[in-house]
Design a protein around this ligand. Structure first.
Ligand SMILES: [Zn+2]
Length: 424
């Protein structure tokens, strides 16, 4: 495979095409396999700060603990945590992520330093002036124009934690700017129940009524959506993101209708959610969990390795509005790829007929040997030691921060973006 000027220009066997220049050469050897890069379509990257933090608590207790820390978070700590996550993703075969968190500039900086693709923007939630909040998000989005790898996303937390006017306006601007509109939707039974009680409709129906369903809309979780809501998603051409580990860990239950969605032509993406509710950003483990959870829910094997690998690559790329062809390895596609080393005993015996099984059911992010974004190697065996050492330093900074602020619980969510908070 040849990647020139950031784009795949040739894939084949035998000699390189005449006139091809060679630069950085990756020799896959006997057990190396190149795959289209993985994209994590739903993260809160800076929540690596809260990895392993009150893991055994039930959702609402857990949230109170998170909010206590998040209300004290500063930009430098958000940067250190985002950088730790960006390193984890780069060394794990993930070329890009779509992030929803406070201090989006911190995530952008971390992604740029690693050379990853990212979609970032302030999250709109809490007691904010909706129009000022969307204005802030729009200003942030404009600042990213022209950046080849880091682009904007309009992040509205949810219909229950964000003002509905913000949902409406952010979705409208996202469509106008052709930028993802990213929202948690139909995650818990409580959300569905409250929507029905307050608005007489289900969450996705409400989004539809607000004009927030369109081809740039990205609905995360969707564990409790009704069949007629799926039809609305399909008609709008919107995407859905499956986050199986987070749903299981936070015991939100429900069932993400992956098979029906893909069969009906809905774009399905895969995400890990934040490192506090997962606790890893390993997209191969997420793909494996997705198949297993789907089979467990359907009581049959209709969802297989190919469905989830498609979601983790092409599906996520489309949800993130990445350049055309992202998630595929073919001429004209962006030069984003990962090389896995399948020599480990736990992956053997590997053959050409069971390659996909090895990748989805047995491999994990730690089997990544190279990660290449837009033709640029962002992770290679030579870089490994330096990145591991940097991650250790970042983790120490995070632990010092947690020690400094102490422990506590807060009953109200943080407000974001700050400039639009009414309390201020
Ligand atoms: Zn989330």
């Amino acid at each position: 495979m040849l990647v020139e000027d950031g784009v795949v220009s040739w894939v084949g066997s035998g000699p390189l095409p005449a006139g091809a220049r060679t630069g950085y050469v990756v020799d896959c050897g006997r057990w190396g396999v190149a795959i289209p890069c993985l994209y994590n379509a739903h993260t809160h990257a800076a929540m690596s700060l809260l990895r392993g933090f009150h893991d055994e608590d039930e959702l609402h207790v857990w949230l109170g603990r998170m909010w206590y820390v998040e209300k004290r978070l500063d930009e430098e700590t958000a940067y250190a945590a985002s950088k730790l996550s960006a390193i984890e993703m780069a060394i794990g075969g993930t070329c890009g992520f779509m992030d929803m968190y406070f201090f989006p500039e911190a995530a952008a900086r971390a992604a740029r330093e690693l050379g990853l693709r990212a979609r970032v923007g302030p999250v709109i939630m809490g007691d904010v002036d909706p129009l000022r909040a969307v204005e802030e998000a729009d200003r942030f989005a404009s600042r990213l124009l022209g950046d080849p790898l880091v682009g904007p996303v309009f992040n509205v937390h949810s219909i229950y934690a964000s003002p509905l006017e913000a949902v409406e306006e952010a979705a409208r601007r996202a469509l106008e700017k052709r930028v993802p509109f990213h929202i948690h939707a139909s995650e818990t039974r409580r959300e569905v129940y409250e929507a029905k009680k307050r608005y007489s409709v289900f969450p996705v129906e409400l989004l539809h009524r607000l004009g927030a369903l369109h081809r740039y809309s990205v609905l995360v979780h969707m564990g409790w959506a009704a069949s007629w809501e799926l039809e609305l998603v399909r008609e709008a051409g919107a995407s859905m993101v499956h986050c199986p580990a987070s749903n299981m860990k936070l015991a939100t239950a429900g069932h993400f209708p992956l098979y029906e969605a893909q069969e009906s032509g809905i774009n399905v993406a895969l995400g890990t959610d934040g490192p506090a509710s997962n606790n890893t950003l390993d997209m191969l483990r997420e793909a494996r969990l997705a198949v297993l959870l789907q089979r467990h829910s359907y009581w049959d094997t209709r969802v297989g390795a190919r469905h989830v690998l498609r979601a983790a690559t092409e599906g996520s790329a489309r949800a993130m509005a990445l350049p055309r062809g992202a998630g595929r390895l073919e001429p004209g596609a962006p030069g984003d790829l990962a090389v896995l080393d399948l020599s480990r005993p736990g992956l053997q015996p590997v053959r050409s007929d069971n390659l996909l099984s090895a990748i989805v059911y047995a491999a994990s992010a730690t089997d990544t040997a190279y990660t290449v974004v837009a033709g640029r190697p962002v992770y290679t065996p030579e870089q490994r030691q330096r990145l591991i050492e940097e991650a250790e330093e970042l983790a120490e900074r995070l632990n010092r921060f947690l020690e400094k602020i102490g422990e506590g619980a807060d009953t109200t969510p943080p407000c974001s973006p700050r400039a639009a908070c009414r309390g201020d």
